[in-house]
Design a protein around this ligand. Structure first.
Ligand SMILES: C[S@@+](CC[C@H](N)C(=O)[O-])C[C@H]1O[C@@H](n2cnc3c(N)ncnc32)[C@H](O)[C@@H]1O
Length: 1002
């Protein structure tokens, strides 16, 4: 065997980015069989992106194999063939399509054979390559490693592509998720289920297909059903059905047909309470309710109506023999809750809330209740809760009922025998414990009944494991006593494997069974604890019934795990282990694709303790080392959290040093034949107005460079998985995949002047190529390759432009050992980014456009002072009067504002207005597009062909500006114009041909 060369990989040259992005976006709506349904993890990468990146990182670019593809045409043909395969490969439907996956594996093996055997590889068929590997004439493919494995998207995809796969993470919850995805399924592939069929189910076992992890999946389902049945025997009395009484139906005709029926409860809706701040009502527990709306679905509206009783508290009218619809404690209440159907009054919308945050009013006295009062009350242990409504399963959908005394009493009667009393971090606002509301331990996030349910279910996991072990022995599995952690494959290990997925189902339950779950009135459902990457306060919460058939029931967690397992084929082995990225030794000679934490974006360790405290109870006997500590490790977590490190500066230093160490570590060990791919996800707010220079991004790039890596390509990808996240302001917006190689040991040092010269020589063309792909005769693809040439199928969208431009810029910067400033100091990444970003902000528009642009930057469409406009106009060699006459601004009463496109003259012609500014031309084009579609915009553009490029450049510029400022509505027309640009140009081109034809004909 001779090791010959390291060809460039496809990802270093070209990618069908638009297809990958499309598939990644589609994947967000996949609910069944997706790893995200197995266990929550934050900021998961879509599988499509992960698969495409790993594939393209391992497969040669045809231009690097001239002996097989000698001409540019042959190379392009081959590239297109690989693109077509990639396009197939990223489709969700093909995640289980062995034919497509095997084609991808073949390409990977072929590139590997070229690496090992050189030109001789071309003469070998795939079977011969496999035979050569099996006979030891060629080394096996290197393994894959992701040292920040998280929710496991990257390792799972590497395994699917046939690589022996290693996943490590500092966090035990993440490690367990990876075990469940890549380690356990192949170990028990082909096992038949051993559990008893749930009552009422029949299965012809003889004919069943138990290939892959299907048998394991079936056992997860069976023991899950057993657990639920057992739990119902033990704690079912705490989850009573609710009887519809004639009293409830008195003014609710919708309930009349249900009177006397007992309905399964979906959720009990509670309001937190504090004592009224009004001394006259000091013993009344008043509710803190963010909304009284229960359902806002059209035609099915329902809401809570609080009835305030005159004078002191009393009870609502009672009907003999029926449960009084009233909270129980006799000394209370001053009010009670009823539930109404029909259009809610406006006042119901905001509950008892007065303003954002912890600002409420006392329901009985109207006195304001502020944040400080609520905090003091809760710290003094006087925060309680009152049952506000009950949601039940009716014959035709949800039924909303008033609270009953009996149901409140039963809930309060629950007495947990165990609770997770590990302290919560009280220094971070990411957790409710850091917000001063009297949450001290993880147990405080659960009602007593929820604690009883969770302890019961977690005890049952241990019982299910024992039961499964006995069943497995009876079914013939070896009774070898070797557990999962010791690589066992016998009865004990198998039972423990089943237990891991059952524990995940309980965890999934926990996500729906805390007092931080709210009721979603738009979707009529319980929302999970983690609606976003934080645990904020929830004032009125929903307590889901684990025994219902709706969201938050135990079996759905088991079914989802089973579904995922059924879909996993796992063609190779996997290993997941706990390791700190700064010092891990797993990467040795491995292919690396990884997705490190993003500066301060997500506090993984703090958040994951929510699950850890329950998993530890269930899984410590199985993984004693992994679950040894009381909480997840925090100290070495690479997250720049000031609360952990003392100050913002110290947090930044910690992140920079730790990340540099981690990247150095993996760069040192990585297999030299392959580039390393690293994801970085942006928050929308990270793109600042002076360019893409946020501390997170800057610090991260600094670490990449310090680790001795050179950037050989960058790919802006829409890889964020926002799934069911609320529209959180800090949701990940998009990511950039950095393709890196080790920087040459003898990389030269250059000066700032030389750096600028290279930027000037490279960036304008690269940017033009991004906006106008293929214009310069470059083959189609997408993104930025090593030499700064942008190759793509489709134009880079405006939103990605500021990130995309970093690729070629940083490729230059990172190629050198240092870029020296005039005073001999090394240039910082910040300065480099600013210099690169300048290429986006350069403007050589006409004076009126320059005025409008700068005014827009300052004021948007709002009004500003005349004096200010006058100064700016003079600076731009124009005048406010001239701008008004040109129809660009409205001026009067000492104020000036820009006219929006709908206000511009309707009958506008570039011919008559021949000196019109690019600003006006652009906004007239937007008007035409909005009113007459691409054909009208194209016809208009045909009449001003020389303006096309400046118009488009200005649209990009304005889009980027609006996006950076968070002006989403203002950004839309510019984005729409750019998106429609090629269509508009086509129409314009056709119109021009028709016009010249007409002239010829004449
Ligand atoms: C962005 S997430 C990975 C997400 C993953 N790619 C996915 O698709 O789910 C980053 C991961 O880095 C882990 N992490 C943070 N600090 C670490 C360290 N020092 N060593 C190893 N892992 C660490 C976190 O626990 C988290 O799971």
């Amino acid at each position: 065997m001779t090791s010959i060369k390291t060809p460039k990989k496809l990802i270093e040259v070209a990618l069908p980015l638009d297809k990958i992005n499309e598939a990644a976006a589609r994947e967000k709506s996949i609910r069944h069989g997706h790893p995200s349904t197995l266990h929550l993890w934050w900021a998961r990468r879509p599988l499509a992106a992960a698969r495409a990146v790993i594939f393209a990182q391992m497969v040669d670019d045809p231009a690097s194999v001239p002996e097989e593809f000698p001409t540019p045409e042959a190379q392009e043909r081959e590239r297109q063939r690989l693109f077509r395969l990639l396009e197939q490969l990223v489709q969700w439907e093909n995640t289980t399509n062995e034919e497509v996956l095997e084609s991808a594996r073949r390409e990977i093996r072929r590139s590997w054979a070229r690496h090992c055997l050189g030109a001789a590889a071309a003469r070998l068929s795939d079977d011969e390559i496999v035979a050569a590997i099996n006979a030891g004439r060629m080394p096996a493919l290197p393994g894959f490693h992701d040292p920040f494995a998280g929710g496991g998207a990257l390792p799972l995809e590497a395994q699917r592509l046939g690589l022996e796969t290693y996943a490590s993470d500092l966090n035990p919850v993440a490690v367990t998720i990876n075990k469940a995805m890549i380690e356990i399924p192949p170990r028990f592939a082909g096992y038949e289920p051993v559990g008893p069929l749930p009552p009422g189910e029949r299965q012809a076992t003889l004919h069943a297909d138990w290939s892959g992890a299907k048998g394991l999946a079936e056992d997860v389902r069976r023991y899950g059903a057993w657990m639920r049945a057992e739990a119902e025997k033990r704690i079912g009395h705490l989850y009573p059905r609710v009887k519809v009484t004639s009293e409830m139906a008195a003014d609710r005709p919708d309930l009349k047909p249900l009177v006397g029926q007992k309905l399964t409860v979906i959720a009990w809706l509670w309001a937190r309470t504090v004592k009224s701040p009004n001394p006259a009502f000091a013993d009344v527990d008043v509710p803190l309710v963010s909304t009284f709306i229960l359902s806002s679905k059209a035609g099915k509206e329902a809401y809570v109506e609080p009835i305030i009783l005159g004078g002191r508290a009393s009870r609502p009218p009672q009907v003999a023999g029926e449960t009084p619809a009233l909270p129980g404690t006799p000394a209370l209440p001053g009010y009670y809750f009823t539930v109404k159907v029909g259009k809610p009054p406006e006042s119901a919308k905001n509950g008892t809330k007065l303003a954002r945050g912890a600002n409420f009013r006392c329901l009985v006295s109207g006195a304001p209740i502020g944040d400080a009062y609520i905090k003091a009350e809760s710290l003094a242990g006087r925060m309680g809760e009152r049952l506000m409504a009950i949601v039940a399963e009716g014959p035709r959908g949800r039924v909303y009922l008033p609270p009953t005394e009996e149901h409140e009493r039963i809930a309060r009667s629950a007495q947990p025998l165990w609770k997770p009393d590990q302290p919560m971090n009280r220094d971070t606002r990411d957790l409710v414990s850091g917000r001063g509301y009297g949450f001290f331990t993880w147990a405080d996030l659960f009602t007593p009944r929820q604690l009883v349910a969770l302890t019961t279910f977690s005890d049952l996991v241990a019982e299910a494991i024992e039961k499964c072990r006995r069943d497995a022995i009876a079914a013939g599995l070896p009774d070898d006593g070797v557990g999962l952690d010791a690589s066992g494959t016998g009865a004990l290990a198998y039972a423990q494997a089943v237990g891991v997925y059952l524990a995940f189902a309980v965890d999934k339950g926990a996500n729906y069974w805390s007092s931080l779950c709210s009721w979603h009135s738009g979707r009529d459902t319980v929302t999970s604890t983690f609606g976003r990457q934080a645990l904020p306060m929830v004032w009125d919460f929903a307590e889901a019934n684990p025994f219902s058939n709706s969201s938050g029931n135990l079996l759905s967690g088991c079914e989802q795990a089973a579904k995922l397992l059924t879909n996993l084929k796992s063609p190779s082995n996997g290993l997941a282990l706990q390791s700190e990225a700064q010092s891990q030794t797993v990467s040795h000679n491995k292919i690396i694709s990884t997705d490190p934490p993003y500066y301060d974006n997500i506090a993984y360790a703090d958040l994951s303790d929510f699950f850890y405290v329950w998993l530890r109870r269930m899984l410590k006997p199985i993984f004693p080392g992994l679950y040894a500590t009381l909480a997840t490790p925090k100290t070495e977590e690479l997250v720049a959290t000031p609360c952990r490190h003392g100050s913002r500066e110290k947090a930044e230093t910690f992140f920079l040093e730790g990340m540099t160490q981690a990247l150095e570590n993996l760069a040192r060990q990585a297999h030299p034949a392959f580039p390393i791919t690293i994801y970085y996800a942006f928050k929308q707010s990270e793109t600042e107005s002076d360019g893409t220079t946020s501390p997170g991004w800057e610090t991260f790039l600094e670490a990449v460079l310090r680790a001795g890596l050179a950037i050989t390509g960058t790919w802006p990808m829409r890889t964020e998985y926002t799934g069911n996240l609320k529209k959180a302001t800090n949701a990940l917006a998009s990511s950039i995949v950095l393709v890196c190689r080790k920087r040459a040991a003898d990389a030269p040092v250059i000066t700032r002047r030389e750096f600028l010269r290279e930027l000037n020589a490279t960036l304008p063309e690269a940017m033009e190529e991004m906006i106008n792909p293929g214009g310069a005769g470059v083959p189609p693809a997408s993104g930025n390759s090593q030499d700064g040439r942008a190759l793509r199928h489709s134009p880079v969208t405006p939103v990605d432009l500021s990130q995309a431009i970093i690729g070629p810029g940083m490729a230059i910067f990172s190629r050198y050992a240092q870029v020296l400033e005039a005073d001999g100091t090394p240039m910082t990444v910040r300065t480099a980014l600013q210099l690169i970003n300048r290429f986006l902000t350069e403007d050589d528009f006409d004076y009126d456009t320059q005025f409008c642009l700068h005014w827009f930057e300052q004021h948007g469409w709002a009004t500003g002072k005349f004096g200010e406009a006058d100064v700016l106009a003079r600076a731009k060699a124009t005048s406010v009067d001239g701008l008004r006459e040109a129809g660009l601004v409205a001026a009067g009463k000492g104020e000036v504002r820009l006219l929006r496109w709908p206000e511009l003259p309707a009958k506008w012609s570039p011919k008559t207005d021949s000196c019109a500014s690019v600003w006006e031309a652009l906004h007239q084009l937007i008007r035409a597009l909005n009113q007459g579609g691409e054909s009208a915009a194209g016809a208009l553009l045909a009449r001003m062909p020389s303006r096309a490029e400046p118009i488009r450049a200005l649209a990009y510029r304005l889009y980027t500006l609006c996006e950076r400022r968070g002006w989403a509505d203002d950004a839309r027309p510019y984005n729409e114009l750019v998106a429609a640009w090629s269509g508009i140009e086509q129409v314009a081109g056709a119109a021009r041909v028709a016009y010249s034809q007409m002239k010829l004909d004449v």
